[in-house]
Design a protein around this ligand. Sequence first.
Ligand SMILES: C[S@@+](CC[C@H](N)C(=O)[O-])C[C@H]1O[C@@H](n2cnc3c(N)ncnc32)[C@H](O)[C@@H]1O
Length: 310
Amino acid sequence: MTKEATQDLQTAPVKRRGRPSKSSVDLPTQSLPQHRDESGNLQTVGIGGLETQRVYHGNFIEMVSQLPDQSVDIIIADPPYNASKGNELTMQYGTLPGFGGSWRKIAQVWDDMSLHDYLAFTLSWLTEARRVLKPTGSMWVHGTYHSAGVTNVAMQMLEVEIINEIVWYKRNSFPNLAGRRLTASHETILWAHRGGKRAYRFNYEHSKFGDFSDDDLKSPGKQMRTVWDLPNNKPRHEQAHGKHPAQKPVRLAKRFIELSAGPGDLCLVPFAGSGSECVAAQEAGLHFIGFDTDESYVEIARARLSRGAK
Ligand SMILES: C[S@@+](CC[C@H](N)C(=O)[O-])C[C@H]1O[C@@H](n2cnc3c(N)ncnc32)[C@H](O)[C@@H]1O
């Protein structure tokens, strides 16, 4: 890392030492009103300067400042993996050193940063995520070998405690055509709470006895393990309004919600893309607020959400 880069990083909003103060942990947390429309969908509620049941077109790091401290129950974050290098993008940062194989580079400008910028970006959004998360809340953060290490380091710098690292095994992953390395067949998910006193919600009974019959690695009545075998295929209706190059299946976000939240909770989706995590929240009876900087994805998300909960 260059000297300039190190200096820039030092200006990033990092809480370096010390536990969260007792008062910040003990602030009372409030539930939102749960009025429902005729279809059973939660009605919009104002919170800070924002409204629930909406996907906003804008930068999460800037817009989330309108949300009060400790107001969110669950954050589901699928940030850019910083895996796009080359193709129609500039080669300013060259190729992706140390990575390759069958990884599908999605060639999006929002996914193409220097390593230094990516760490600063991760620290910035995680700082805000930690600020708005209730002591009882959870955050779930997607990653791959391109990005999960950076997220892990950033969480440790911010004293966000990682509860579990989950391997999402993708049984239908694309083979490594060149035969130069193993077939990449998993992604990493970090489950974390804001740090300090452990008060996060864990629906343990459900994790053990719930219906996870789509997961070949989950035995009924046994504790859930940290390797999940969930198909990555998307039913046709999940892509009926357009596709996103990094779209996740709704079933994945549903599992996060089932494990750590409940109906009426507020779910924050910093990087909404085509809205998969917002749809999961809507279908599970949660309030949600999403953001995306790309208007075309916001349109897809809004169209999906307008179908209402099933
Ligand atoms: C990995 S994708 C999310 C895909 C989503 N999980 C889905 O199923 O469609 C990341 C998204 O973050 C958006 N993005 C990048 N930087 C952002 C920022 N600062 N604030 C909000 N959205 C951002 C991109 O436009 C992209 O759609």
